[in-house]
Ligand binder design. Structure first.
Ligand code: ZN
Length: 315
């Protein structure tokens, strides 16, 4: 029997994924439901419970010692509640208590999705072996998390490292979060596409106006598409440099759909970093693509649950 087996939940605006994960990060069972994101809170919870019911029916369940949850944010790990922007039925929703009830009273560890991906990259991906790292996701939004002193640093509420809402443009456009000029307002996929369209980029015959389409145009040399990615890269570089200067990270890992654009984003990002990461102790900062795939959220949630188990064992 696995004594180091945990259950993991990855809760996002489109899907709720669950898995049983062992101490080496292997997924031994999995379950998934679409997120009924426009429904009321109990209906959304019903989808979580359906995922958990499939996992608890597994013959392996008897060995599960804890549950880790990585959720779209904001989360409040100290209160055990979540309020995901894209799931309006959940506001201060007591997810930790409800999951504990659905799993027979197991300990439950809650972190934000950016922090979960960071845990996964540190455990098994591009940040492995790095004691001080920033991991980020650049897609529809921009999120992230921190590893400091060799340990995940979720912060008191589980949201630390949320680089998407650092302001890098003091008088910039209003951000849905309430601030101005946030990294996300400039560097997220939808904002890259919006800026390209505003500046005269014309989509191809298929009418695709996604950031991936802008990336393809940039690769083909379209100057407006290139400029939109350069602006996004500049915002990301300023945010990364600020983080590095503040807490001395030596690697920044970038994943998410927009990062799949590859060098279209990374080349101008590395160049912009030389403008912003200037002090001696941040000049060696490395920017690298994420290595974990679509299971990163699950693996990271499992890592958080396992780390809590290890901490409890040493107290
Ligand atoms: Zn913001």
């Amino acid at each position: 029997m696995h004594t180091d087996l945990v259950a993991a939940l990855d809760i996002g605006g489109t899907k709720i994924a669950g898995a049983l994960v062992d101490g080496r990060g292997r997924i031994l069972a999995r379950s998934q439901r679409p997120t009924p994101a426009r429904e009321n809170g109990d209906t959304v919870m019903g989808a979580v419970e359906a995922v958990l019911a499939e996992l608890t029916a597994s013959p392996l369940w008897a060995g599960v010692s804890a549950v880790g949850i990585g959720s779209a944010g904001p989360v409040d790990a100290s209160a055990g509640t979540v309020s995901p922007v894209n799931v309006p039925g959940w506001r201060d929703f007591p997810l930790v208590r409800r999951v504990r009830e659905a799993t027979g009273g197991l300990p439950v560890e809650l972190i934000g999705d950016g922090v979960a991906i960071t845990a996964a990259e540190h455990w098994q991906g591009a940040a492995r072996g790095h004691d001080n790292a920033l991991c980020m996701v650049v897609s529809t939004g921009v999120g992230g998390g921190l590893v400091l002193g060799g340990r995940l640093h979720p912060g008191p509420t589980g949201n630390a490292g949320h680089i998407g809402h650092i302001s890098v443009d003091l008088d910039g456009d209003p951000c849905p979060c309430g601030a101005r000029g946030c990294v996300e307002r400039i560097a997220s996929g939808p904002n890259i596409a919006r800026r390209a369209l505003e500046n005269g980029w014309t989509p191809g015959p298929d009418g695709d106006t996604s950031a991936a389409a802008v990336a393809a145009a940039a690769r083909a040399g379209d100057p407006v598409a290139v400029a939109s990615f350069e602006r996004a890269a500049q915002a990301l570089a300023a945010g990364i440099a600020a983080t590095a200067t503040l807490v001395e990270i030596d690697i920044a890992v970038i994943g998410g759909g927009v990062a799949k654009s590859g060098e279209v984003l990374l080349a101008p990002l590395r160049k912009a970093l030389t403008d912003y990461a200037t002090l001696s102790f941040v000049q060696r900062l490395v920017v690298t693509p994420a290595r974990m795939g679509t299971d990163a959220g699950l693996v990271g949630a499992a890592a958080a649950a396992l780390a809590r188990q290890a901490d409890a064992a040493t107290v």
